[in-house]
Design a protein. Sequence first.
Length: 425
Amino acid sequence: MKRQSEISGFYKLSPKERAKIVKEFAGLTDGEVKLLGSTGSLELDLADRMIENVVGAIPIPLGIAVNFLINGKDYLIPMAIEEPSVVAAASYAAKMARVKGGFFTSSTGPIMIGQIQTVDVPSPYWAKMAILAAKEEILQRANEQDPMLVSVGGGAKDLEVKVIHASTGPMVITELLVDCRDAMGANAVNTMAEAVAPLIEKITHGRVYLRIISNLATKRLARAWTVVAKEAVGGEEIVNAIVEAYAFAAADHYRAATHNKGVLNGIIGVVIATCNDHRAVEAGAHAYAARSGHYSPITIWEKNKDGDLVGSIEVPMAVGIIGGATKVHPIARIALKILDVETATELGEVMAAVGLAQNLGALRALAHEGIQRGHMSLHARNVAIMAGASGELIDLIVERMVEERKVRLDKAKDLLEEYRKKGKL
């Protein structure tokens, strides 16, 4: 039976009912479903082996975005995030995109960049040529550090050299281009950079200081694009409003920062769910957005000749499906099983599609009804709980706050006291 991610009324189901659907979709075991439902799923002993000075663990809600069709394949998308409305917006956007075939993706391959910084070089431009002439020897030494990676088709594939003029003087920067295959690659790249440093010092007659991966992964880009029927998005006027919203972000970096934050709401939710390095992904995305010297949106929205909405995204995506916390954390392993991705490249492309969908959902809300209307009731639940409400009182207080458009902690406390006096507790 073909797996189907288009699920009507998924949000109306109980967590147990949703878990049953996910179990059938992803072929989860009873044990995996039980683990998903346990907010204390990270054992303290395991946490203590992951980082230093452990005293506990902090659970983050894990939701499932539905309706995603990417390259003709149905996906359920695990998203770990504390912000309300994000999962709902991604699911709604994915449903709109399905009308014309969903999302389509491509990528450049899993190439990461390792930088070796050399200073005090007598003749920097001569040194650059000497390093390039010794390329094969340098690559060989780098690949000797990770024969397993080389055996599966990865490893150091090329190098580039540049001379930069810093405040302390000229520096020769050697950049190893490493195919990391299905790993994020930080450990492999850093090890290779350290291994070739003595050879580069010998060639340049300089001193090497930093030997480290760059999180601006311009050789590891993921792309996604979609056509959204104007009828699905709410009409041509809504299409125009979304295009104008994009134009605002393209012209103003204050707006662009919030625009890109919305994109990353989607991407980072999946990154955290799979225990990838969300700091690296976010740093890379923002740096890529500023690569021209002007901070810009990482998505583009246009209107085609038929009046439909056309969206695209290109973003660095340094993620893996092997190694590190991705393989250690039990929930990350389940998240990857739900995603059913075969390679790190596929995972990166899925994340790009989710980022584009999330951006679409946010822009449509802004253009159509204002961001607060859809966000308010979900935020109100958190406020009601903070005020001390429980059970059916949460729903009663949420309904009143949204109706009166006063979603505040003091209002929630007043309502709680009012219901207490009425004997609702």
